[in-house]
Design a protein around this ligand. Structure first.
Ligand code: OAD
Length: 257
C-alpha cells in the first residue's frame, strides 16, 4: 500500500471511530524547531546524557549542569510555534474526530494550536515548583534576576520563600508520571482508535498505552518517520514526515479550513 492509500485508510477509520485518542511525542514538534530525543545526530540524547539532564538524580546531584541544559531549552521552547501536525489535530478535535490528545511533550503546542483536551503525561515546562515548600513559579520568570555573566551555579533558581531548589514541572526519569497519566489510561481504555504520532515509544509507561489500547479492542495506527516498537502490533503503519501525512489527512477529511 502506498502512503496515500494508508492515509486514506486512516481517514476512513477516523470517520468510523466513535472515540479516537491521539498519542504524540517529540516528532510532532520537530517542525516547530524543537529537537526530538532519539533521532540519529539531531536528537538531544545524541549530545546530552539523559541521566544527567533529565533524571531526578542528575537534577539533585548537579543542578548547575541540569539548568545549563534546560535554560537553553527554555529559550527554544519559548520561541516555538505550533506546526501543521498540531493544527490538523486541533481541527480534527473541533470536528469531533479526535476526542483526546495524550502527549509526552512538555511544550504546550497542542493547546496553542487550539486543542482543548490535552493530557500532558510528562508535565509542562511553563511552571516550576520549590522542591522544599512547594511554592509555584512561572519558569520564564525564574531567570529574571540573574545578573549578566552569572556563573552556572548562580543561575540555579532557588525559592524566594525558603531557599529550596526549584524544579520545572517536567517529569524526569526516576519520577512518577504527572496526574494526567491515570486519565490518559482511562481515555485509552475507552477508545476504539489510537493514533500514535511522532514517538519512538521507547519510554515506559507511556509505551504501554499502545498494547493497552489493542487489548481493549481498539485499532492502533502509527505515523512516524522511523520504525517504532509499536509497528509490529499496529493495524496500520505510515512511515512518513508528519507534515506531509497530516496535510494529506486534512485534505482527505476536508478539515483544511
Ligand atoms: P523520540 O525522540 O524518542 O522519538 C521521536 C520520533 O519521532 C522518532 O522516532 C523520529 O523518527 C520521529 N520524528 C521526528 N521528527 C519527525 C517528523 N517531522 N515526522 C515524522 N516523524 C518524526 O521522542 P519521544 O518518543 O517523544 O521523556 O520520547 C519519549 C520521551 O523520552 C520524552 O517525553 C522524554 C524523552 O526522554 C523524558 O524526558 C521523561
Amino acid at each position: 500500500m502506498s502512503t496515500n492509500e494508508r492515509v486514506r485508510e486512516l481517514g476512513t477509520w477516523l470517520r468510523e471511530s466513535k472515540r479516537t485518542v491521539a498519542l504524540t511525542g517529540a516528532g510532532v514538534s520537530t517542525d516547530s524547531g524543537i529537537p526530538d530525543f532519539r533521532s540519529p545526530r539531531s536528537g538531544l540524547w545524541a549530545k546530552h546524557d539523559p541521566m544527567q539532564v533529565a533524571s531526578i538524580s542528575g537534577f539533585r546531584s548537579d543542578p548547575a549542569a541540569f539548568y545549563g541544559f534546560w535554560s537553553e531549552r527554555f529559550g527554544a521552547l519559548g520561541q516555538a510555534e505550533p506546526n501543521v501536525a498540531h493544527r490538523v489535530l486541533a481541527k480534527l478535535e473541533a470536528r469531533g474526530l479526535v476526542h483526546a490528545i495524550v502527549t509526552q511533550n512538555i511544550d504546550g503546542l497542542h493547546q496553542r494550536a487550539g486543542s482543548r483536551r490535552v493530557l500532558e503525561v510528562h508535565g509542562t515546562w511553563r511552571t516550576a515548583r520549590c522542591t522544599t515548600c512547594g511554592a509555584r513559579f512561572d519558569t520564564l520568570r525564574l531567570f529574571d534576576d540573574v545578573p549578566p555573566g552569572a556563573s552556572a551555579r548562580e543561575r540555579v533558581p532557588t525559592c524566594d520563600r525558603c531557599g529550596g531548589l526549584v524544579k520545572p514541572d517536567v517529569v524526569l526519569f526516576g519520577e512518577a508520571l504527572a496526574d494526567d497519566f491515570a486519565e490518559a489510561e482511562r481515555a485509552v481504555d475507552r477508545c476504539d482508535l489510537l493514533v500514535v504520532l511522532g514517538t519512538s515509544l521507547e519510554v515506559w509507561p507511556v509505551a504501554g498505552l499502545a498494547p493497552r489500547a489493542r487489548a481493549a479492542g481498539a485499532r492502533v495506527v502509527v505515523i512516524n518517520r522511523e520504525a517504532t516498537v509499536a509497528d509490529q502490533e499496529a493495524d496500520l503503519v505510515i512511515h512518513a514526515e508528519l507534515r506531509e501525512a497530516m496535510q494529506r489527512l486534512a485534505r482527505e477529511l476536508d478539515v483544511t479550513r
